[in-house]
Design a protein around this ligand. Sequence first.
Ligand code: ADP
Ligand code: MG
Length: 211
Amino acid sequence: MDCIKTKNLSFQYPGNKVFDFADINIGEKESWLLTGNSGSGKTTLLHLIAGILTPSNGTITISNTPINTLRPSQLDIFRAQHIGLVFQKSYFIDALNMHKNLVYFTGLSGQKADPDYIAKLLSDLKIAQLSDKKPAQLSNGELQRFSIARALVNKPGILLADEPTSSLDDANCKRFTDLLLSISRAYGVTLMVATHDARLKSEFVKTIKLN
Ligand code: ADP
Ligand code: MG
C-alpha cells in the first residue's frame, strides 16, 4: 500500500521542451487513469514516478519516502520493493515456462520466490492452468495477464501500467482492464494506467489528463 505525491515536477530530455507536470496526489489503493495525446509525457511521468528518470526539478514522494533523495542503489531496492510495471508488450524468456519466468523475475529483485503467493496470484488471474506453457504457446491476452502476475510477484504497493491494452482486441481489452482493476483492489495496490486508448475511459473514475 503506497500513496504517490508529486510537487512542482518538471523534466527535460536533452534538447527537448520542458515538461511541467501538475501536482499529483494519489491515495493508497486508488486507481487512476493517466491520459493525453501521444507525446504528451505519459510514459515520462510514469518513469519519473518509478524512479527510472530523475526530475529536472520538483519532488516525488512515495508514501513517506522522497525518492529523489535516495542514492541509486537505494532507489533500485526501493523500486523493486514498491513498484510493479506492466508494459504494452510483455517481456518473458522464451526458453522458460511461465511459472519459471515468474520465479526468475522474483529473483532479479533479490527476493526469494514465495510459491504459495505465486499460486494464489495465478489462480486469481485465472492463468494457473497455463503456468507450464512457454510464452510462444500463449495468446496476447494470456501473456498480458502474466504481465500483471510478473508486476505483482514482488508484492509491490504500486502498479504502473503503460499502454497495457494497446495490443489487445476489444473483448480482451475490457477483460484485461477489469482484471487489472479488480486485482489491484483485492491486493490493496495503488494503480496508475497510462494510455491514449479511449476504450479505458469509462472504466476509471479518477483521471489525470496531460496536455
Ligand atoms: P507519451 O507516453 O505521452 O506518448 P512520452 O513521455 O513517451 O509521451 O514522450 C514525450 C515526449 O518526449 C515526446 O515528444 C518524445 O518524443 C520525447 N521523448 C521521449 N523519450 C525521449 C528521449 N529518450 N529523448 C528525447 N526525447 C524523448
Ligand atoms: Mg507512452
